[in-house]
Design a protein around this ligand. Structure first.
Ligand code: HEC
Length: 470
């Protein structure tokens, strides 16, 4: 039996959407915009009975009869109640912290934050959805453009030449060229690793990872690191993952659940499939004999952990080697997870999110045997890459986790202490969709920003007191 099988995945067409439930049952007392009426306002401030998911569910289910609030346990299923709580959290947060509709130009001059004053410098512009960046030992910076190009920034200049020898990549919706990382021993044998959306038959696609040696402007000796037979590819150009991170002899990578955004599958729970999993292999793609499911018949042997949805952030804590992951939930329920060997992170059996149309995904947010996220971002921030800062230019940021967001265009700083987030700061918001974050060999923080309807760019954070290029 799968741990947590008691949770029910609710995908039935009979389930009401949360906006509809609100209009039907709540709007006449709490106002059409949640602004209040006969009942108190549900947006724009602290709620007396609590604004977290569990408190909202309790308020809705049990009501406060003596104060004039009926309970809705009979009118709504547990899954619908959960989706309604998600809807209230989404609406109330968006009211005070709206998503940027566009991105602002980079601010000039010194920016203040809690621990460090800094400036933002543009390193390179004119990039088409810069998805991932990786430094080489000689200081060159590799950049993937989602459209299927691998670029080089050298001495602060984006080189016009393109690196040749890339695999064919399907470019559509979220599909394209994704991560690039250089082997820790790149100086010795020149391997770089790429993850991308591989085109399959009949409009299908799947995450694939290769490595190849970079010689001059050419990739040579390509070797597969992760792939599945094309007849197992699925339709849909979303939910690919895919980040790569080295840890000693191992390479960890994240694979999205694939399929269509609105069609919730159980593939992330199925150990026979690589979808919706965190994987661990040796640098050459071979399977470590101590992976958790290698002795289980039919299990995909590279699986390290399961039950993730669309993991677009992966990082190793330099202090203790623990692995951290961020993923896109559906509507609500983006997560930061502390990934441990063999564990199950619950998608889609438990989630704080709901379907895009407001119908529930599950009737539970927690269940025995399924891990809770360390952070639940509801409403979704569209969580992208995470990076532990390891440089020396911002000493009070050392070993803290920087997290990027696409939809809210935020760079977040998270202080992690013994597996918990003890403090969060929003460093900036609204400068573009934060795709990637890396500590440079110069100790500065490099960030790939995707702009809406304009070319994207690479920027870096420079201490305010450090003489910069401008
Ligand atoms: C007949 C009017 C009425 C309806 C219908 C109603 N409520 Fe309420 N609601 C109230 C009142 C009055 C309170 C204040 C209870 C109190 O002060 O303890 C309240 C309290 C609440 C609270 C707690 C607020 C806080 O500050 O902690 C929540 C959450 C809530 N309602 C949500 C809902 C939702 C969701 C619906 C629809 C499913 C709903 N209510 C339908 C009248 C209503």
């Amino acid at each position: 039996m799968i741990a947590g099988a008691a949770a029910r995945v609710a995908a039935g067409p009979t389930e009401r959407d949360a906006g509809g439930s609100y209009a039907e049952f709540c709007a006449n007392c709490h106002g059409p915009q949640l602004e209040g009426g006969k009942g108190p306002r549900l947006v724009g401030g602290q709620l007396k009975h609590g604004g977290d998911e569990a408190s909202l569910v309790r308020s809705i289910r049990d009501g406060y009869r003596e104060a004039g609030m009926p309970g809705f346990a009979r009118a709504m299923s547990p899954a619908e109640t959960l989706a309604l709580a998600t809807f209230i959290r989404e609406t109330s947060t968006r009211r005070v912290d709206p998503e940027p509709v566009n991105d602002r130009p980079l601010p000039l001059g010194v920016q203040q934050s809690e621990e460090h004053a800094y400036r933002i410098e543009e390193v390179a512009g004119d990039l088409d959805v810069p998805w991932s960046i990786a430094f080489l030992p000689d200081g060159r910076l590799l950049v993937t453009e989602r459209a299927g190009r691998l670029r080089v920034i050298e001495h602060g200049q984006l080189r016009p030449e393109m690196i040749g020898g890339l695999p064919p990549v399907v470019v559509k919706d979220e599909a394209g060229l994704m991560s690039v990382v250089a082997d820790p021993d790149f100086a010795h044998h020149g391997w770089i690793y790429l993850s991308f959306s591989d085109p399959g038959p009949d409009d299908t696609a799947m995450t694939k990872i290769i490595r190849a040696r970079l010689q001059g402007w050419q990739l040579v000796d390509p070797q597969p690191i992760f792939s599945i037979p094309p007849e197992k590819y699925q339709k849909g150009y979303v939910l690919f993952g895919c980040r790569l991170v080295f840890d000693g002899d191992y390479l960890f990578f994240s694979v999205g659940v694939r399929g269509l955004e609105e069609g919730v599958s159980n593939d992330a729970q199925n150990l026979a499939l690589p979808n919706g999993k965190i994987h661990r292999v040796f640098h050459d793609g071979k399977i470590p004999p101590d992976n958790p499911f290698v002795h289980q018949p039919d299990a995909f042997p590279s699986i390290w952990a399961r039950g993730v949805r669309n993991p677009q952030g992966l990082a190793r804590d330099p202090r203790d080697g623990t692995l951290w992951e961020t993923e896109h939930g559906p509507r609500g329920g983006d997560e930061l997870n502390h990934i441990e060997r063999g564990k199950n992170y619950g998608w889609p059996l438990i989630t704080y999110g709901m379907n895009y149309d407001g119908t529930p995904v599950s009737d539970q947010t927690a269940a025995p045997g399924l891990e809770q996220p360390v952070v639940d971002w509801t409403p979704s921030i569209a969580a992208s890459e995470i990076e532990f800062y390891t440089g020396d230019k911002f000493p009070r940021w050392r070993n803290q986790l920087f997290a990027g967001s696409l939809a809210t265009q935020k760079l977040l700083r998270l202080v992690i202490d013994r597996g918990r987030v003890t403090h969060t700061e929003e460093i900036f918001k609204g400068l573009g969709r934060v795709r990637d974050i890396k500590t440079g060999p110069d100790g500065l923080i490099y960030i790939a920003l995707e702009s809406i309807g304009k070319p994207g760019k690479i920027v870096r954070l420079v201490p305010a007191d450090q003489g910069g290029a401008r």
